[in-house]
Design a protein around this ligand. Structure first.
Ligand SMILES: Cc1cc2nc3c(=O)[nH]c(=O)nc-3n(C[C@H](O)[C@H](O)[C@H](O)COP(=O)(O)O)c2cc1C
Length: 143
């Protein structure tokens, strides 16, 4: 089974989550700027929430989703609280005719990674890392 991990991340939190997911799968997480080299059965796709919505780059990526290249999407996000990235990934995936796994990870990071507040992103707690690892193994077990 072919699996890939792609993320959109401004501050590093979503990238850090993507890297943990990918590492557990023996893969390399790449940003959404890295096109899929081949058709994948499962695409783990994540992004952050900024000013009540997703980053325009992620939106552009979602608008170009191709059901000939992706069998199923597994959505993940880091966020201050809003589930907007999960909602958008799900919405666009379905619109493109791609099934979206019912399991999703919406990791609340509160103020971790708010560079405007002098907080650097990408540092996850042990508890968050455990949650991400459990999510990945639950998804794989459910396939
Ligand atoms: C400029 C900015 C705006 C944000 N706006 C929101 C928001 O409207 N709602 C929310 O739930 N989280 C918001 N957040 C929190 C981010 O979703 C959270 O920090 C996320 O981890 C960012 O992902 P990244 O570090 O991968 O870029 C915002 C963060 C920043 C830096």
């Amino acid at each position: 089974m072919k699996i890939a991990v792609r993320y959109q991340s401004r501050g590093g939190n979503t990238r850090a989550v993507a890297e943990i997911i990918a590492e557990d799968l023996g893969l390399k997480a790449e940003s959404i700027n890295e096109p899929l080299a081949e058709k994948v059965d499962i695409l783990f796709l994540g992004g952050g929430v900024y000013k009540w919505d997703i980053d325009p780059q992620l939106k552009e990526y979602l608008e170009k989703l191709d059901s000939n290249k992706i069998g199923q999407i597994v959505a993940f996000s880091t966020t201050g609280g809003m589930k907007k990235a999960i909602t958008r990934i799900t919405e666009y995936g379905k619109k493109a005719g791609i099934s979206v796994n019912e399991k999703q990870l919406c990791l609340k990071v509160l103020l971790q990674g708010h560079s405007a507040l002098g907080r650097e992103g990408g540092y996850l707690t042990e508890k968050q890392i455990a949650e991400i690892k459990k999510f990945t193994s639950d998804v794989i077990a459910g396939l």
